[in-house]
Design a protein around this ligand. Sequence first.
Ligand code: GYE
Length: 327
Amino acid sequence: MLKSISRRSLLTATVGLALVTRMRPAWAQLPPLAKKASYKVGFAQTESNNPWRLAQTESMQSEAKKLGYQLVYTDAAGSAAKQVADVNSMIAQGVDLIFLPPREEKPLIPAIMNAKNAGIPVILVDRDVDHTLAKPGEDYVTFTGSDFVDEGKRVAEWLVKAMGGNAKIIEIEGTVGSSPANDRRKGFDTFMKDHPGMVILASQSGDFARDKGRQVMETLYQAHPDATAVYAHSDEMALGAISAIEAAGKVPGKDVIVVGVDGEKAALEAIIAGKMGATCECNPRFGPGAFAIMARYAAGETLPTFIKNEDRFFDATNAKENVDSAF
Ligand code: GYE
């Protein structure tokens, strides 16, 4: 017993010493980025099961190619644990910088800290983390993406107008613990508090995926057949909900008004067909903006802690003229 404990503590001490000598102290500032003609950059994608993710990956890859940078690309296939391992492997490969869309707000914190301690700057793209656990400008360079609270609020505003201030709403949320799900709910639910005729009957996560959105709607609509509106945190889930409404023998756009977020092509087509009410854009084409932020950082600029993407809003008044440019 004694022998095994002492052997284990000796091992721990040795590993610990090896790490300490390699690592920067935890309180160190952001790692700098040298100015170079070319870089090896990591992009640790969350999953690839929807058009939004595919458009984002395409945008990151084509911008890297345009600049002549080497892009180390990984796909976490919907697992935060795999995404942590993916980031750790990028650190081991010695990339110059990591672009990370943290799938959920908390589990990716250790990976961000590992990168920082290894001297590799991290730029969060499209999703943020919990600021009580890791701070922009201190632990990672910045967060660039949409204002999700505002997206939820804009959808809420549209729905109040369209429903004349009275609706029974089913809310289909995004990935549990992700910043867009947390903030899109906050923006929407807070706005609705001032509109007592707008009642949220039930809410449940559909993990930002079309088929899960369909399944959740099937269950919630059976429990709440009096629902008159659906707010989905993504267009994929909104399209899933539309299928569930049709399967229940009801008419989306008439019996139930469906609204979403993202502005994907299939959603704009559903708006044109009268099946969907509106969607707030969430632009997935991050490539040019993300690499421009990287260049500013390499030039020594102190960046703002949030670099915001501007989002458009689509409904029947403008879906036709924008459908071709949608993803
Ligand atoms: O809205 C959703 C995707 O993180 C902002 O993730 C992104 C969201 C996007 O899967 O459809």
